[in-house]
Ligand binder design. Structure first.
Ligand code: ADP
Ligand code: MG
Length: 338
């Protein structure tokens, strides 16, 4: 049975009958939680489940918390920490889902020619991301770590589902992929639970399921932490990720250094792109490519798009110009002030 979450609306209707005031529109069920070190907000419009939306969201958050426990590089008990500590000395056995995730990350690193590089954990650490008392790394130390393509030094054994590192001196950092992958898991979870219309905001990464009252979702696209979006994207089912330097940074001697690293220089990326939003049918791809395009810059992003056509993008350049890929140009409405 299809249920709409109209409890507030029904209440409003009852109030209307008694007071003859104007009625509110249908209200969806919303719930926020904290996981993966960020806020997540579920908005559920329709479900065919006999479980309540509260129960569905609670189950979803439990699932996300356990995934976070597996994938966090700062949790010493995570499987990523186990890989980073031991995989050079002996193969590390991982779950099927982690195995496939790391394999997909290697594929995406190769596809982007290292602009997305999930093996730059040592560079992130050197810059002080993931710690409270970092200091500005010296250039020689960064130069040592630049342009390494360490993802080439990860090997897989399909039979035993084990992963090994064939070189020393690098570590996995899934910061640009874990949230997107978690949204893939969440998409399956919610659909299996019977959800047919919902939108989830996961620290700025968006998952949409179905449609909203039969229409596409209108998703605000932002290029920084201000409240003024660069525009609105109309989408149906899919995943939207945004990468920009405004979200997270460290500050040394009054200078801010953002968290998206150009693996070729080991410094914060400075490609001329201020912000990059990617829409794809897959959460991991949208997350990884938003980071990769931010690193690549406009020209390489356009070439990548023409070659692979696996995702759509909206990029805001440093001068404020907004560029969209051909496949979503008709669905993007730029803000008047943007
Ligand atoms: P956010 O996590 O803010 O949504 P991103 O998806 O762009 O932003 O991920 C940035 C995170 O990914 C960084 O904090 C770091 O952990 C990691 N990272 C930084 N640069 C790269 C890169 N070039 N390739 C892969 N991962 C990166
Ligand atoms: Mg990303």
């Amino acid at each position: 049975m299809k249920r709409k979450y109209l409890s507030a609306a029904l209440l409003a209707a009852a109030l209307c009958l008694s007071s003859l005031t104007a009625c509110a529109d249908d209200q969806p069920y919303t719930k926020s939680a904290f996981t993966f070190d960020t806020f997540i907000t579920f908005t559920i419009y329709e479900s065919e489940s006999s479980d309540s939306p509260e129960e569905i969201c609670e189950g979803a958050v439990d699932m996300l918390n356990s995934l976070d426990g597996e994938l966090s590089r700062t949790n010493p008990d995570s499987v990523i920490s186990a890989l980073n500590k031991q995989a050079y000395n002996s193969p590390v056995s991982v779950s099927d889902t982690t195995y496939l995730l790391i394999k997909s990350c290697k594929d995406l690193s190769e596809l982007t020619d290292g602009a997305f590089d999930f093996t730059l954990g040592e560079i992130s650490s050197l810059w002080g991301f993931g710690s409270d008392n970092g200091k500005k790394p010296d250039d020689a130390a960064l130069a040592e770590l630049a342009d390494r393509k360490n993802y080439e030094n990860i090997s897989f054994d399909d039979e035993s589902r084990t992963i090994s590192f064939t070189e020393e001196g690098f570590s996995i950092d899934l910061g640009a992929a874990a949230k997107g992958y978690a949204l893939d898991m969440l998409d399956s979870y919610l659909r299996k639970a019977g959800v047919t219309s919902a939108v989830v905001d996961f620290g700025g990464s968006i998952l949409t399921i179905g449609k909203k009252d039969g229409y596409s979702w209108n998703i605000s696209v932002t290029a920084d932490e201000s409240d003024s979006p660069v525009g609105t994207l109309a989408v149906n089912d899919g995943f939207i990720a945004t990468s920009n330097g405004a979200k997270r940074f460290v500050e040394y001697d009054g200078v801010k250094y953002h968290h998206i690293i150009d693996p070729f220089t080991a410094h914060p990326a400075d490609s001329g792109i201020k912000s990059c939003t990617v829409y794809a049918a897959d959460g991991l791809i949208s997350d990884a490519l938003s980071t990769a395009f931010f690193v690549m810059g406009q020209e390489k992003t356009e070439q990548f798009y023409e070659k692979y056509k696996i995702a759509e993008y909206i990029i805001t350049l440093d001068d404020g110009t907004v560029k969209t890929s051909a496949g979503i140009a008709a669905d993007f409405r730029a803000s008047q002030n943007g």
